[in-house]
Design a protein around this ligand. Structure first.
Ligand code: HEM
Length: 331
């Protein structure tokens, strides 16, 4: 800065970032980011320009890379499950102190640059107001909408955390979890079995590496080489992609055959034994969760409604103390 440039004052009206929205408009179903209401609809819903700034950055990134929505949705989930939704997953490791980002389950997280770009754009318009955690929550919502999923109103006002430890990523649920382990992990965060089944529908998007389901297709247990709950032809195709001595670095497969569309295919596949993780298959092992899988497999609308409601719950888990200037480092 040479000090000679005219300084434009941030327009605070544009930066109004309150969380008030009429409850009946907490979410609107449909694949169009602006619903059928366009800008007028956004204003009626009380959305600030901050939201449009984030949306535009996400849209731009998605137009160049179709794997971005899945990545952002998972980033938000991993953020919320460790220390609440406080952007702790976005912090860089410092010296010998490894941050969450570098914990084993998070090595495959990606698209951090989208949040960093959105933060820069938001800071230019409205400095010091919007946390990285809020930007991530908005970007996750936009990712779902851009993939044809439901729209919901994101509660705002999260603060960013100042602590991020790789060791704490052990607290994330594992793909080998059974239903009681999953239930426990979710209930620790105030989330119910219905939230578990609905949020697992996030696995309609994206990709998994072989390591995440390898245990099911080789030496499963003392009596079965392959997990008997896997459909045999599906298991054979997974073995083909992920041979026991796999040498292909990023080998893996998409979560479902439509990995960029936020549909209910994932639930249909659970019923056929064609999902990748034991944790997804485990949803059939209690009557309550099984009934929900049936419900969501039969009705995309029911899935979308439940997903939006559970995302609002998950994304409201508290954490954080400050509005970070740069998402990679504490202030
Ligand atoms: C219920 C417990 C869950 C477990 C055990 C689990 C586990 C996993 C695993 C192992 C992967 C593959 C990682 C890799 O191999 O690269 C994955 C990917 C993914 N998960 Fe989950 N997950 C869970 C819940 C969720 C939730 C609640 C969401 C979002 C609402 C979510 C969204 C995703 C997405 C979108 C991907 C694909 C990421 C990409 O393509 O970059 N997951 N999950």
């Amino acid at each position: 800065m040479d000090g000679m440039e005219p300084k434009t004052m941030p327009n605070t009206r544009k930066c109004d970032f309150s969380s008030g929205t009429r409850p009946e408009e907490r979410f609107l179903s449909g694949g169009d980011l602006e619903g059928s209401y366009g800008k007028v609809g956004r204003e009626l819903r009380g959305e600030s320009d901050v939201e449009s700034i984030v949306t535009n950055v996400v849209k731009e990134a998605v137009s160049k890379d179709k794997t971005v929505p899945a990545a952002l949705l998972r980033l938000h989930f991993h953020d919320c499950f460790i220390r609440g939704c406080d952007g702790s997953v976005l912090l860089e490791s410092k010296g010998g102190k490894k941050a969450e980002k570098d914990g084993p389950p998070n090595i495959s997280l990606h698209a951090f640059y989208v949040i960093e770009n959105a933060k820069k754009a938001v800071e230019d318009a409205c400095p010091g107001i919007v946390s990285c955690a809020d930007i991530l929550a908005l970007a996750a919502r936009d990712s779902v909408v851009l993939s044809g999923g439901p729209r919901w109103d994101v509660p705002k006002g999260r603060k960013d955390g100042r602590t991020s430890k790789a060791t704490e990523t052990k607290q994330l649920p594992s793909p080998t979890f059974n239903i009681s382990q999953l239930q426990h992990s979710f209930s620790l965060r105030g989330l119910s079995l219905e939230d578990l089944v609905a949020l697992t529908g996030g696995h309609t998007l994206g990709f998994s590496h072989c390591s995440s389901f390898q245990n099911r297709i080789h030496n499963f247990n003392s009596t079965h080489d392959v997990d008997p709950t896997l459909h045999p032809s599906f298991a054979a195709s997974l073995k083909n992609i992920c041979p026991i001595n796999n040498k292909v670095k990023n080998a893996g497969t998409s979560m479902d055959p439509s990995p960029t569309t936020f549909d209910n295919t994932h639930y249909k596949l659970i019923l056929q034994g064609k999902t990748l993780f034991s944790s997804d298959q485990a949803l059939l092992t209690t009557p309550k969760t099984r009934n929900l899988v049936y419900k969501f497999a039969t009705s995309k609308k029911a899935f979308h409604t439940a997903f939006a409601n559970s995302m609002i719950k998950m994304s409201s888990i508290n954490g954080g103390q400050e509005v970070r200037k740069n998402c990679r480092v504490v202030n």
